[in-house]
Design a protein around this ligand. Structure first.
Ligand SMILES: [Zn+2]
Length: 218
């Protein structure tokens, strides 16, 4: 990712292009399919939860594309962040969908909550506790960045669908950041907490503010 900062200079742009085409080449088609299936499934689940289930077909048809660009994109960005940082540290990292998780996501939506674990990035290789902490915090921090971008759309007050996308994208991505920062079990928060309590506290404070305080502003 570092290589992409200096875009004004010719060589920087070339390096950046090489980085992204490398990313494309290194992603096996099985992994791309798993990411795509997870993206669609999690978006269907949220469209069911936020609409009136499949029965309210009209609301589902409206909510599905909105879910694709808000929660679905946020989920994928989170996983790709883990993957990119792990690869940056020289580890082998691959996203794999989890079939039971995909099914639970849809079923739980009908009951009124989302069991949002359609898959995960699996990391192989020698990584230190610090590197593991940085790989782990990359996911929630990405959701906070994505949430902020949606927040700007919401603040632009364009009305209609853009307003819904902005506000929903902000809330859901801040929620994803906060949930994943819980320092428990297999969640990212535990690995961040074990690495650096101050980094963990800073990240969860921003995410908690995003979930509990900031939505009142728009
Ligand atoms: Zn994560």
């Amino acid at each position: 990712m570092k290589k992409c900062h200096n875009l004004k200079e010719g060589p920087g742009l070339k390096e950046c292009f090489k980085f992204f085409s490398g990313l494309k080449d290194s992603m096996e088609s099985a992994e791309r399919n798993d990411l795509l299936i997870s993206w669609i499934t999690i978006s269907i689940a949220f469209a069911i939860l936020l609409g009136d289930g499949f029965l309210g077909l009209a609301s589902f048809v409206v909510m599905f594309p909105i879910s694709l660009v808000t929660v679905g994109a946020g989920f994928i960005a989170h996983e790709l962040a883990h993957r990119s940082v792990a690869k940056h540290f020289g580890a082998h990292a691959e996203y794999r969908a989890w079939q039971a998780g995909l099914i639970f996501a849809i079923l739980s939506a009908f009951v009124g909550f989302i069991f949002a674990a359609p898959g995960a990035v699996y990391i192989f290789g020698n990584i230190s506790r610090k590197q593991n902490g940085i790989i782990s915090i990359a996911g929630p921090v990405t959701n906070i960045v994505v949430a902020s971008l949606f927040g700007l759309i919401a603040l632009a007050n364009l009305g209609g669908i853009p307003d819904v996308i902005g506000s929903m994208g902000f809330r859901i991505n801040m929620f994803l950041a906060l949930f994943n920062l819980i320092p428990f079990g297999p969640l990212d928060g535990k690995k961040v907490f074990v690495w650096s309590k101050s980094a963990w506290f800073a990240a969860i404070a921003v995410a908690a503010a995003g979930v509990f305080l900031l939505p009142g502003f728009f």
